[in-house]
Design a protein around this ligand. Sequence first.
Ligand SMILES: *Cc1c(COP(=O)(O)O)cnc(C)c1O
Length: 466
Amino acid sequence: MRYTSTRGSAPTLDFRDVTLAGLAKDGGLYLPESWPRFSTEQIAALRGLSYVDTAVAVMLPFVEGTLSEADLRDLCTQAYGRFAHAAVVPLVQLDPQNWLLELFHGPTLAFKDVALQLLGLLFERFLTGSSQQVTVIGATSGDTGSAAIDALAGRAGVDVFMLHPKGRVSEVQRRQMTTVIAPNIHNIALEDASFDDAQALVKAMFNDEAFSSKFALSAVNSINWARLMAQVVYYFYAAVRLGAPERPVAFSVPTGNFGDVFAGYVAAKMGLPVAKLIVATNVNDILHRALSAGDYSQGIVVPTPSPSMDIQVSSNFERLLFDLGGRDGAALAEQMRGFEATKAMRLTNAQREGAAALFGSDRVDLDDMALAMRWAYEASAQVIDPHTAIGLAAARRAGLPVDVPVVTLATAHPAKFGDAVERATGQRPALPARIGDLLDREERYASLPGTFEAVTAYIADRASAR
Ligand SMILES: *Cc1c(COP(=O)(O)O)cnc(C)c1O
């Protein structure tokens, strides 16, 4: 499989290079040149397969030319062997129509482990025995950072610099990053910054050609194609358990950077019968405005109890706009330049109509989030986290036909957000034993002003030039 940039002027790459690069040189994001299609029979054949076997079947077309089926199976076995549940991502029924897909049984308690555990192994495999060294730079609203750090700590050939907005991630999230004391891990708390500020800094470093090539920058946030690829798997895994390919299934996805829900779009493109993809946002609702009214304009980020969704620019939305707009890289580059200059853009008619065929969207405020947490607890004794609650609130009021199962992606373990969960339900979720003595461990991180100069100087001091 070859990969092409959404902005049309970067070279096409194979799976290895697209994984190591992250962002394309023209500022765009990579996508497969074409979508692999699964027949109804191929989808039916996934029924009853283990998570690892499903992962191999779904991802094989994307890694073709780089990894053999046996290699892929080996990596998936290692990655998903670290999950604390035998089903890896268990489905839990809430009522006759609503289900949760628990994606948080990995080492750092968030769904990002599903993709990053595999990505860490892919990096190691591609860099071991080569003279190549890479510097991973990332911005995190909390969960990406801890999942990436867990996946990359101590791995040869990789230095990691992780930027988080100081004071805007939960204590558990911060400690999951800052208590990892491996020599290749560097945490940076950005002062007076939002997640979008941190992400903009990361983008600026990638776009600085001299800096980017001197330190061989690489990205592991959801702009990295390999992450999205790994997330496509659980849409298939859940849907075949609920009646696909005969019965279409809907998904409600707590959304920030549009990575997770874009993976659902990929699954639909591959032939999975997806009745609806509900994009659930909190009050930071740029995606809800874009999908419901065509208005993609950046607002001010409001901090909420669902910090991983406190985002007003959703990087992966560009991938959808590109695919829906007929894959015209030059036109998309023009549209994105307009957005970057004015912080606002209108979707084209083709983009709006294409999106409306598959996507719904909703904006869930604090009260409705708390109500959804209470409903899950009272109706079926499930304690859910604030992000999952936003997805569930949107799922329950989406008005889908009663014979369509609706799967809400449960993106974080409730113990990661214990205060918010306790406020809404009166229940204080316990940290699972595998997190151990997190609250007592020593922390290490740097506090820096959120400027390009401060951050690049810090990185230049600590990463080896290539
Ligand atoms: C990252 C994250 C999200 C948002 O996922 P995107 O792929 O950025 O849309 C939602 N919930 C949790 C708990 C997350 O960590």
